[in-house]
Design a protein around this ligand. Structure first.
Ligand code: NAP
Length: 257
């Protein structure tokens, strides 16, 4: 069977780069292409610019060139709040977004551009990595830099569902830079892990486990047309059973926002 051609956006990001690496380890199954805005960052991370398209998700033409001929798209772009300055003693830090990098621009219009380009190119499946916390407009992350980041992310998730392309929406808990493949993953919905139903399990997950979920979602039919929250049990939890059966995990997830 021919390899599935997959475009990964945000490919120089912390999770996107892991996804691209993992896909490139499965050359018989996937032909992975990265989309990024910085040639030097791609060079630094991957040692080459080969297999990359460079552009901006706010420029539909640059997306069009990258996505042509792809069967799947992995969206891993995101607006990123930056601390304005170190806070004074006893004060809370203040955050801002770079010019042109507000969540409305990146997480809504930037994602909408990617979804529109995918529809135009006849892409069959989009895996979108987003964030838990979008159910309540009062989530504190929305106040960072007056960005309403989770509101815009949620709006683009709905846009994806309405696009008619098969979707997998992975709403991660707090991302950890820790090893993957050593934890039990738990799926849910509607931000219930942020309230009381996680039995004290921290609402977090390693980026490496999110990257593996993306790969498995590209393979596994049970991940199609599903949206879910995901966290992990701590790696020293004696009750944890390391997740290896991803079909069974996706079977617990449901369609719709
Ligand atoms: P990240 O490292 O911040 O990467 C974001 C990527 O988006 C970067 O590669 C960035 O490019 C790219 N990007 C931003 N604006 C762009 C534009 N206009 N055109 C092209 N590319 C653009 O991401 P992450 O921390 O791995 O997070 C992955 C996802 O998980 C995000 O959606 C995030 O919101 C979500 N999430 C995060 C947390 C957390 O704890 N941080 C928790 C739950 C969910 P550059 O590389 O050039 O900067």
């Amino acid at each position: 069977m021919a390899a599935k051609k997959v475009l990964v956006t945000g490919a120089t990001g912390r999770t996107g780069s892991l996804v691209l690496c993992k896909l490139r380890q499965q050359v018989n199954e996937f032909e992975a292409v990265g989309f990024a805005r910085s040639k030097s960052k791609a060079q630094e991370l991957f040692g080459t610019n080969e297999g990359f398209f460079f552009g901006d998700i706010q420029d539909p033409l640059s997306l069009e060139a990258a996505i042509t001929g792809c069967q799947a798209l992995v969206i891993l772009t995101s607006a990123k709040p930056k601390m304005k300055a170190p806070p004074k003693l006893g004060e809370r830090p203040e955050f801002e977004f770079e010019l042109g990098g507000m969540p409305e621009e990146v997480d809504y219009y930037g994602q909408k551009n990617q979804i529109d380009a995918a529809v135009e190119a006849g892409v069959e499946h989009i895996v979108l990595v987003g964030s838990m916390g979008g159910v309540s407009e009062n989530h504190p992350l929305n106040r960072l830099g007056n960005g309403n980041i989770l509101i815009w992310k949620r709006k683009s998730e709905q846009y994806l569902i309405d696009s008619g392309i098969d979707y997998t929406i992975i709403r991660a808990g707090g991302l950890l830079d820790q090893p993957g493949g050593v934890r039990e993953l738990i799926v849910g919905k509607d931000d219930t892990f942020l309230t009381n139903s996680a039995n004290g399990i921290p609402a977090s997950i390693p980026r490496a486990d999110v990257a593996e979920l993306v790969i498995q979602a590209l393979r596994e039919p049970k991940a199609r047309n599903k949206a879910f929250d995901v966290i992990s049990k701590p790696d020293d939890d004696p009750s944890a059973i390391v997740t290896t059966d991803f079909a069974a995990l996706f079977a617990q997830t449901t369609p719709g926002l």
